[in-house]
Design a protein. Structure first.
Length: 196
């Protein structure tokens, strides 16, 4: 059995500011590797002698590598922030063109769109549509017709600003729908308020 006070786990090494690449390059193979007797896990426990970790941390090579890693992380953060700002600017500047349809045609397309969606995932039959359903269906149809603008979000894969950019784009789409179809304005404002 090993004395855990003289060893540090991989998570502990990471907590000291190491990256996985630094552990691989500077520490190499763990001093102790095996299964954790306290819990079942497929991943082996990797332990490093604390004295060896501290010795490596005092070397110029560690200092240089740590500084380089921090600089890369900082540069990546600056790059991500620039990309986020560029996407937000593009969303604000892009004109949103809503298709203008006569009232009966919009109602027909919205109802057809709704029925196609219900055919994919049928629910219990509730009889006729509830009050105000046609307005909601029209807004949903027009929102779907504007889905091509979602390509403006490309490059923000779950990174900082993705949620903000999606909310801004949806708000701009609903505002454009409300401007093109004033009778749908109340539903658009409701959706903007709900999605905040």
């Amino acid at each position: 059995m090993t004395d855990r006070t003289t060893y540090v786990s991989l998570a502990g090494v990471r907590g000291r500011g190491w990256t996985d690449a630094m552990v691989r390059d500077l520490l190499g193979t763990p001093d102790v590797q095996g299964r954790d007797p306290r819990r079942w896990s497929l991943a082996p426990v990797r332990l490093y002698l604390l004295a060896r970790v501290e010795t490596v941390e005092r070397t110029p090579e560690f200092t240089e590598t740590a500084t380089l890693c921090r600089a890369r992380a900082s540069a990546a953060g600056v790059h991500a922030e620039r990309r986020r700002a560029a996407v937000l600017t593009a969303i604000r500047a892009e004109p949103i063109e809503v298709p203008l349809l006569p009232g009966p045609e919009l109602e027909r397309r919205a109802a057809r769109h709704r029925h196609l969606l219900e055919a994919r995932s049928p629910g219990p039959d509730r009889g006729g549509p509830p009050a105000g359903a046609l307005v909601r269906w029209q807004v949903s149809y027009l929102r779907h017709a504007l889905s091509r603008y979602e390509s403006l979000l490309d490059g923000l894969y779950g990174e900082t600003g993705r949620g903000e950019a999606e909310r801004l784009l949806r708000r701009r789409m609903y505002e454009a729908i409300a401007a093109a179809y004033p009778s749908l304005g109340a539903e658009c404002r409701r959706r903007i308020a709900v999605e905040r």
